[in-house]
Design a protein around this ligand. Sequence first.
Ligand code: GLC
Length: 836
Amino acid sequence: MENYSLALLILRPLNRRTSLILLCLFVLASHCRAQDIASLEKIGPAVSFTRNDKGITLNCSDKSQVQLTVLAPDLIRVRAAFTKPLPARDHSWAIARDDWQPTQWSLTETLDAITIVTAEVEAVVHRSPMLIEFRDARTHSTINADEQPMMYDARGTMRKGMFDPDAGVFVAAAKKLGFDEHFYGLGEKAARLDKRRGGFVNWNSDTPGYVEGRDPLYQTVPFYIGLQKGTAYGIFFDNSYRSHFDFGQFSQEHIWFGAEGGEMNYYFFYGPSIKKILGRYADLTGHMPMPPMWALGNQQSRYSYYPDKMVEEVARRYRQEDLPLDVIHIDIHYLNAYRVFTWDPQRFPDPTALMGKLKQQGVKVVTIVDPGIKYQPAAPGAKTEASSRPELGPQEKSYYVYNQGIEKGFFQKRKNGQLFIPRVWPGDSVFVDYTLPEARKWWGDLHRAYTDHGVQGIWNDMNEPADFVDQTGGNQRDVVSFDEGEKTTHAKNRNVFALLEARATYEGLQRLQPNQRPYVITRAGYAGIQRYATMWTGDSNSTWDSLALSIPMFESLGLSGEPFVGSDAGGFIGRDTGEMLTRWYQVAFLTPFCRNHKDVKGYDQEPWRFGKYYEDIIRKYLKLRYELMPFLYTTLDEAHRTGAPIFRPLLLNYQNDENTLDIDDEFMIGDDLLVAPILKPNQTERLVYLPKGTWYDYWTNKKYPGGTMIRVDAPLETVPMFVRGGAIIPLGPSMSYVGEKPFDPISFAIYPDENGLASTTLYEDDGSSPAYQDGAFRRTKIDVKRAGIGYLVSVGAPVGNYNPGRRKFSFVIKADPIARVVTIADEGQARTLEIR
Ligand code: GLC
């Protein structure tokens, strides 16, 4: 519909007849895509099959082969090769796990169908036409079914619109569209939460100033969740070629997904709960490792702070204003003429000293590292760098990174063997072929140019990879990557470029600082990126629309396996206002990644820039973020373990409540906090939907029954925030940066439910080392129940080997008009106490 109104708008100045003809052409063109899959060849009927202990392989009448593999009772993989046998090579950069425990399953066969039965799913392959259907093993009801047999472009009708017709054949699958079916996930999309009726493309793209509807954006996560009447399933179409997802944009009967090459290769996940699907998705593509706790701290950036004195000034000002700060990001101007892994000798003559000064104030530094390495053949007669600190030396005649990469043959080349020379910030540049394991190792090791000076984290930008010559990738079409010896081109490798760069960076940091958790933030990515990097949503606008759009974007990313997300607080491009910045912080203070960042030409927007009135409010929220750190860190651990994101749409916690299915102007943090931010100017009240249960206004403790919409006041000082009845929120002391003080006391704010019950499990570890992976953590379960006129609090025996030392626990019952508080020493033992 939107397309048609847009067309009408554009056509308005023309006369009626021309307009009509043009409109008809436009409508026809829009419908071409609908016809596209209709022109595809369908896979032939199954004529025979073989079975092994993991699944079945079907042979089709047209010599196609289809494989169904049981990975877990709720996870089945479907793979198809059209008119040829399945290749022996089976590789994906996204997959983290292939050592699945053998799963019990059985096979039944009838004249019409072959059925795999696990404890949870029946995968039915109808023989002719060949249609795959997934059913609930308990109820036998259909969860998801092919509407047409799987397809491929035998006649070449799709070739014309493809990025590189020579790189592959279009493959697609069409699934029945349920009347009440909703679609979620699909990674980073400038779209609302429910993707029903939307059409999307995945092709990592540098898209500064994007607005709702712009597609594709920076990242590709070809994974979605379907939800119908409370029952959810997931599909991960693991294909890195440019892919297309159509959730009923043109058809009332089917949705489809396809790619411009590669295999029909997807994983079917059965819930019925979305959280269970996210857990399995994390098992398959990797769990997010715990980042250092300071990554949850407040971060400040701009394009760019320089020289070093300016960076010091930012830190000093933060402390002077009593605003908490953990990290400053240093953007491209710290580099010696944009050469990555170097320092500008005038602007940053002594990075070690700078990092030392900042460290004294608790401030960490993250430096940007782009993939574009300046193309710089050594000047004739130039000495190649022999120094142990080449990053500080002059680079004008000879640039050590370029020299090494050329010598080792690690840079991307075109099909004809010529070096590929894209244009990025340094001008002519080269890119590393990160599919080469040795190149990844080299890239990772180069980071000593940062870690040796005390840099704590790396910011991977421009890794779509952006190329100013042609942002669509056209200039890169014939670039060949090693790809495990397959020597494939850009059509296949573009979408995984950032994943592999982030992997190289992450693994490098691990080697360089084995006792520290790596911290990497990336702009582009592919499924599995959560194993290596946190992310932000790129070059957003400083507009109210952009702020509003960020909510469904974070929620969708969370439903796509990426829990650590955020946007540039205040927006990147354009001019902020005090009001907008304040409202932005009322979202950002709860996003995992909380960083204010601004474009090079943008009007400054640090929290103090619009005056004391706004700054005071922003300070209140930043301080609250730090007080909530024990709570946020506990939800971070949950995301790491279970794949359930920190920043959630309501529907993740209440998928059976149909009122939540489309809400994307509210969000939840973990299970317990519900936030209804203000996303428009001059608005001081709003409607808030509270799901079933009891809710407490965070600010007043006023109790509300859920399952209804309420109207609440929201003056600029206040973001409407509610706590779920039954929750306990652990809070720590106010801090200027993570680690400034021990978490002592930890205050448990108790919000009893209708039955007077509440519980939580606090998670703690050292916050910085990888020791949590070997059991150095502590989980403390707290249970509260009403007993007469008071409450009984049981503190469980802590689990895990981490010892936080002696500190106090205090418990506050928030249900009361007068909060009752009891404080005890935490002896690391189980105990029960009474609050009267
Ligand atoms: C890109 C990034 C932005 C950064 C700029 C300069 O636009 O998205 O965050 O500031 O490049 O490095």
